[in-house]
Design a protein around this ligand. Structure first.
Ligand SMILES: *Cc1c(COP(=O)(O)O)cnc(C)c1O
Length: 348
């Protein structure tokens, strides 16, 4: 029995075209004179996302950390979504490395409430820490790949501008937001000062993320990347795959969204499983298993025995992710395996 691995889009493998491009890439020392392929990728990314400059980094976590550090000084406070990847899944780097205080807020439908954000901004005075940055996430991973729409971003940006506070967006999957809504990615990025996105997820590259923003911001980011040991040499081998990703792999992500939708629509017909279909917007969704009456960790183990790999999201839900390599035939097979797993549990 072959495995159907629905844990994460980071499992996507580089395409043959990417591997060929990596072999043939023009290379140089990125820290000395620049690597021509990295320079090409950074220019392409900046252009596509509508920002002045871009910087290639090794991972999304590194990109977020560098961005947050480049916007702040130790002791500053940042307003951040309590369910965001930066807050929940980056080992507290913003506190340990950045010396930052967090002001976490709960989001609704993946987005912070503009009024709550404004209320969280500290007055400038003798006693208060300085509110220096607002962090958003798009698409929202923990809440199930939810899109934060440009209208909402515009409201948040207006408040940020009024108080002269920049916005950093963890846009690990910003192209999923663009493809999912049919909007140009610039419709999202124009409301934020900096953004990190991953090449290594739905875009199928072996590794790499990019930070985009104003030229001066990227200059600071580059120094911080060097400081934390992220300076690279012939990084063109990474960038070559990234160029293929940006030129060819974006529209393809619609297939991942289609497959997620198909799977969710089939799973809701299985007694004991529930998905709010309004929340299936991109390539991630949360499957509620509360009515099965077992813990999600236990359910995950039972699915594994049937050849399905997923992650528990919380005690009553699991996370399901589609990506390049998961095909429609896998979706059909996955539904059958979910059915038999649930049948075993209900003892039918
Ligand atoms: C995956 C992810 C990251 C981190 O990316 P890595 O390359 O795994 O470090 C950051 N933010 C979000 C929302 C993610 O899903």
């Amino acid at each position: 029995m072959y495995l159907i691995d629905l844990r994460s889009d980071t499992l996507s493998k580089p395409t043959d075209e990417m591997l060929q491009a990596m072999i043939g890439a023009r290379l140089g020392d990125d820290s000395y004179d620049g690597d021509p392929t990295v320079i090409e990728l950074e220019a392409l990314a900046a252009d596509m996302l509508g920002k002045e400059a871009a910087l290639l980094v090794l991972s999304g976590t590194m990109g977020n950390l560098i961005s947050v550090l480049a916007h702040t000084t130790p002791g500053d406070e940042i307003i951040i979504d309590i369910d965001s990847h930066i807050y929940c899944a980056e080992l507290g780097g913003l506190a340990r490395v950045g010396g930052l205080m967090s002001h976490p807020l709960k989001s609704f439908n993946g987005s912070l409430n503009p009024t709550e954000v404004e209320n969280a901004i500290r007055p400038i005075g003798l006693y208060q820490p300085v509110t220096r940055l607002i962090c958003l996430e798009n698409t929202h991973n923990r809440l199930g790949g939810l899109v934060v729409y440009p209208e909402r971003l515009a409201d948040l940006a207006a408040i940020a501008k009024k108080h002269n506070i920049p916005i950093h967006m963890d846009g690990a999957r910003i192209f999923n937001a663009a493809v999912g809504t049919g909007l140009d990615v610039k419709e999202f990025t124009r409301h934020v000062d900096s953004l990190m996105f991953c090449l290594s997820k739905g875009l199928s590259c072996p590794l790499g993320s990019l930070i985009v923003g104003e030229r001066d911001f990227i200059k600071r980011a580059k120094q911080i990347r060097q400081m934390i040991g992220g300076g690279m040499r012939q990084a063109g081998i990474i960038a070559a795959a990234g160029i293929i990703a940006l030129k060819k792999m974006i529209p393809r992500m619609a297939e991942d969204h289609f497959n997620a939708r198909k799977l969710a629509e089939a799973l809701i017909n299985i007694e004991g499983l529930h998905v709010d279909l309004n929340t299936v917007q991109t390539n991630i969704f949360n499957l509620n298993i509360e009515r099965l009456g077992i813990d999600s960790k236990e359910f995950v183990l039972k699915l594994e025995k049937q050849g399905i790999l997923v992650f528990p999201r919380n005690p009553t839900a699991i996370r399901i992710v589609t990506y390049h390599g998961i095909r429609e035939s896998h979706i059909k097979q996955a539904v059958a395996r979910f059915e038999s797993t649930v049948r075993d549990i209900s003892g039918l």
